[in-house]
Design a protein around this ligand. Structure first.
Ligand SMILES: [Fe+2]
Ligand SMILES: [Fe+2]
Length: 335
């Protein structure tokens, strides 16, 4: 099972709902000559093949960023070739692994703007490039390759937090100004537009300002990649949901669970039975979006299936199976 997400938007009037497919974080990695890391290639190829079999056909597809691993032309071209096999309209999101080698130049040549909006059947979609950072940091490195490597590391004291940045926020403000407050808004970003864990850059520095722009709308949803794990959250009327990676899942380390967080209870550890199996805890996720809430069903293949649903009593989305600590399968800790 590979990570493809199918998102269904439902509305008060039956028959107006539609679906779109979401694939993310393929990390296509060049070794040398025409050799690429086979496992990552397989992840994307299979996701595309399975996405093409979806019935009913999704209205469009989104790729959520980190198509390449080190941002090279070879990786982006090879990824583009595989994505080219998708039948249907594709919207692209920029990831930091696509960006920090050449500051997004080649990606933009392939796909155009890295932030834009579009309307589809009464829903307003906003795509952001949320992985920008400070100019000083960008200029700090003697080679583009070094800059890419430094941004790719976890727990890196040389790292720098992601941000949407003032220019894009200004654009977004104007873009949203023209929308009725009853129009459902869906935002696609690569990094979470919330502050989760700074050490791993599960973090967007100006998330609060972006959230403020979404707050006046009756329903808004943010869908993001980057974290390679199951995450969900609700802040006011904004529902946040991550999509999984076709390459590998990240574990939930102790340090992460104990980290200072600006969030309420975010998620329940994934019960990843075998961390040495790179396909454990990846799979299909079916998201049902309505009224600024999401419920999601996860078909995890090598792992137990899960369901996350809005709990009206607790006013937050909750994993419906793993609330009870004693009922959880402890993850193995060998690697
Ligand atoms: Fe990624
Ligand atoms: Fe990323």
């Amino acid at each position: 099972m590979l990570p493809v997400s199918l998102v269904r938007l439902s509305f008060a009037e039956p028959g107006r709902g539609f679906t779109f497919g979401y694939i993310s974080d393929s990390h296509i990695q060049h070794i040398r000559d025409d050799k690429f890391v086979r496992s990552w290639d397989q992840g994307l190829k299979r996701a595309v093949a399975e996405a093409n079999l979806l019935d009913p056909r999704p209205d469009f597809f989104v790729f959520g960023g980190d198509l390449a691993h080190l941002g090279t032309r070879a990786e982006l071209d090879h990824g583009a070739e595989m994505l080219g096999a998708l039948h249907g309209k594709l919207y692209m999101v920029m990831g930091e692994h696509d960006y920090y080698l050449d500051m997004g130049d080649y990606w933009r040549k392939l796909y155009g703007d890295d932030y834009y909006s579009f309307d589809h059947k009464g829903v307003h979609f906003v795509v952001l490039n949320s992985i920008l950072t400070y100019d000083d940091w960008n200029r700090r490195w003697d080679t583009p390759g070094r800059r890419m490597q430094e941004m790719a590391l976890l727990d890196n004291p040389n790292g720098s937090p992601f941000m949407v940045g003032e220019r894009q926020r200004e654009w977004m403000r104007k873009d949203l100004d023209s929308q009725d407050k009853d129009t459902p808004i869906v935002v696609f970003s690569h990094s979470p537009l919330q502050k989760i864990y700074r050490g791993w850059n599960f973090w967007t520095e100006d998330a609060d300002e972006v959230q403020k722009m979404l707050a006046p709308f009756r329903e808004s949803n943010v869908i993001y990649g980057h974290v390679h794990q199951i995450q969900y959250n609700q802040i006011g009327n904004i529902a946040f949901t991550s999509v999984m990676s076709t390459a590998w899942p990240w574990p939930y380390p102790e340090s992460y669970a104990l980290a200072e967080s600006h969030l309420p209870i975010l998620t329940v550890p994934m019960n990843r039975a075998d961390p040495s199996n790179e396909r454990d805890a990846t799979g299909w996720q079916f998201m049902n979006m309505h009224s600024g809430r999401i419920d999601t069903t996860f078909n995890l293949g090598a792992n137990q299936n899960r369901r996350v649903a809005w709990n009206e009593r607790h006013r937050r989305p909750e994993d419906t199976r793993y609330q009870d600590k004693d009922a959880r399968t402890p993850p193995q800790d060998h690697f």
